[in-house]
Design a protein around this ligand. Structure first.
Ligand SMILES: Cc1ncc(COP(=O)(O)O)c(C=O)c1O
Length: 414
């Protein structure tokens, strides 16, 4: 029997973690009001709570318009449609993201072009974008991943030079600000998810924000079965749309959650800063440092980097197994490069536009030139999930204690 929990010793943490999602009286009051109103759905669109929330959320992030929808994947789908993405068009995406970023591109029979991530941010590497452009490129979709912003200065410059639309996937970036500008307000369109693990949640939900009048008009139509409201006749043609509306119960919860976002963002930032200070002191671990242009970091998850050299060559996954037995469920391959991922089976019989670039299927061989994404996924990244940043210092101290315990007793694992 060893000292580590995985070799039979006592685990560091036995107590439960911060309960999630967090809620209070405000959410309960909002839900009761909607219940009593008997006005529960998303129609007439935009309905009362969904519209109030959408406008508030958009303003909070520095955008003129917001359109609430049923989830974050749909938000991306209608953002792409509003941007005019057509079959065969190419959209630049980071390879290291959730499949919800890329699925909607395929749904439109457009073509995702995977670009590697920047090792300093784990977001789309702006230095690699120009080489990936072709005459078919129409949009760039950076994802502000986990706790850092993509290089929006550079991405917006490239987009301007090549007349491309920028769609920011902000599923991880609620409340974040870059050079004083809110996440989602810097490109043409910004999308968010309110799925249960997100910083702001109603279980499910999403939103698109924009500063562009025409995008806003198209979005309204796309969410509401293609209906044109008075004054919406400026855009050409008829937009075929489905019912993608958000219900009033969810909107009421989101209004209450938005009130707390400031405070939660501060709490997470303080915890993340403290966590970083402690991690930097441990040999073999490093932190994805904050870019000076980030005015407010929106920490969805905390990611740090693991180097086996600090742990006598122990692979990250073995380290994570030991950490789990100490009571800390951190993740390594939370995301892996999308080409070849099990949950991403993309074949040309369903998505014919991919054929020219990828052949009959997008497979793991299409991840061959994505070394940074692969290293992050299979060797280096450690993802610390949301409840860990909602606890206090004590929780972080315990996590650090567990990490040090593994380092001090690593021989038990070799
Ligand atoms: C980066 C990213 N993009 C898009 C989405 C899609 O959001 P949803 O799950 O609300 O459809 C998610 C959600 O998990 C995400 O993490």
């Amino acid at each position: 029997m060893g000292k580590l929990a995985i070799t039979g010793g006592k685990p560091i943490r036995r107590k439960p973690f911060t309960a999630w999602p967090a809620f209070g009286q405000q959410e309960a009051r909002g839900l009761q009001k909607v219940l009593a109103s008997r006005n529960w759905g998303g129609f007439p669109f935009p309905n009362k709570y969904a519209d109030a929330f959408a406008q508030k959320f958009a303003r909070y992030h520095g955008a003129k318009y917001g359109v609430a929808v049923s989830n974050g994947t749909i938000a991306i789908e209608i953002a792409l449609k509003a941007a005019g993405i057509k079959p065969g068009d190419e959209v630049i995406v980071p390879a290291y993201t959730w499949e919800g970023t890329v699925g909607p591109i395929l749904l439109l029979n457009a073509v995702p072009v995977f670009v590697d991530i920047d090792p300093d941010t784990y977001c789309l590497d702006a230095r690699l974008i120009e080489a990936a452009l072709t005459p078919k490129t129409r949009a760039i979709m950076p994802v502000h991943l986990a706790m850092r912003f993509a290089d929006m200065d550079e991405i917006c410059l490239i987009a301007k030079a090549h007349k491309l639309v920028v769609i920011e996937d902000c599923a991880h970036a609620h409340g974040g600000q870059y050079k004083g500008r809110g996440a989602g307000s810097m490109g043409g369109l910004g999308t968010f998810s309110f799925q249960e693990s997100k910083l702001l949640t109603a279980g499910e939900g999403g939103i698109v924000i924009t500063n562009d009048d025409m995008f806003n008009q198209k979005l309204h139509s796309l969410v509401n079965c293609g209906r044109k409201e008075p004054g919406y006749d400026e855009f050409e043609g008829f937009l075929l749309g489905w019912n993608y509306r958000l219900g009033e119960f969810q909107a009421a919860v989101l209004i209450a959650q938005l009130e707390k976002l400031d405070e939660r963002t501060k709490q997470r930032a303080a915890n993340a800063a403290y966590f970083g200070e402690q991690l930097r002191k441990i040999k073999g671990l490093s932190v994805i440092e904050l870019d000076k242009r980030t005015t407010t970091p929106g920490h969805y998850q905390y990611i740090f980097k693991y180097d086996p050299a600090g742990f006598k060559g122990l692979h990250r996954d073995k380290f994570l197994e030991a950490l789990m037995m100490e009571g800390f469920m951190f993740d390594g391959d939370f995301y892996v490069p999308l080409p070849g991922r099990d949950i991403f089976p993309v074949t040309a019989d369903y998505y014919p536009a991919i054929r020219e670039r990828y052949g009959e299927a997008i497979t793991a061989k299409h991840a061959d030139d994505l070394p940074v994404s692969k290293k992050a996924a299979f060797e280096e990244s450690v993802w610390v999930h949301y409840p860990y940043l909602m606890g206090g210092k004590e929780l972080i101290d315990e996590a650090i204690e567990a990490i040090k315990k593994i380092q001090d007793n690593v021989d038990e694992l070799l």
